[in-house]
Design a protein around this ligand. Sequence first.
Ligand SMILES: C[S@@+](CC[C@H](N)C(=O)[O-])C[C@H]1O[C@@H](n2cnc3c(N)ncnc32)[C@H](O)[C@@H]1O
Length: 223
Amino acid sequence: MSDVLPDESARFVRVAGPQPDEILEEMDEYAEENGFPHVGPEVGGWLALLARTVDARRVFEFGSGYGYSAYWFARELPADGEVVLTEHDPDELDMARVYMDRGGFSDLATYEAGDALEAIERHDGPFDVVLVDLRKDQYPDAFDAVREKVAPGGVIVADNAMTAGPIQFEKLLELQEGGDPDDVNEHTRGIAAYLDAVRAAPEFETAVMPIGEGISVSHKERR
Ligand SMILES: C[S@@+](CC[C@H](N)C(=O)[O-])C[C@H]1O[C@@H](n2cnc3c(N)ncnc32)[C@H](O)[C@@H]1O
């Protein structure tokens, strides 16, 4: 599978949803020109809407790259809000700093250079929104690490729930349907295990939305 949505439908979602500002457009061009796997504008708009829906004040990202998804979140946060960006490539994190500063969001951003799975251990919850967008075989560990830190009524969004460069879509579908395909790579297994884990977690309700490369949205009960 290459595209989850046909191009015309993706264009529709893009024009009908929250609109990027000039800096997000510039960041999008950077991704196009450099082949960077950002979440893209359709998913960005949905991240913004989800943050708004839960009145998000604190956001944690596993895998921030040069700050594209974090910037979409930052636009929705109150002045005392926080978005924690984690990234093991220091050059990407430096780019994120520049974009966030230009957008006027420097006071909202906390930067964690290094492994996101180590960074989460340094931050107490609660987080209203969590984005899981790190290496695909690490998704189950990210869920384990953050599960208790999600605020009641908060959401965990996982990008690449359906596809990505290394994901074997047909095998992922077969795993979802209870099959046992051969030769499944670790990234596909990681996504499958993540989806199994969030679905099995009684405090979360999960649904997959077919935009971008597929996002999984898990809502935590309010208690
Ligand atoms: C698919 S990109 C998306 C970045 C961002 N969410 C966006 O939409 O632009 C994922 C990023 O996570 C970083 N990454 C992957 N695994 C990581 C880990 N364990 N710790 C920190 N960064 C990680 C990669 O270097 C990459 O920049």
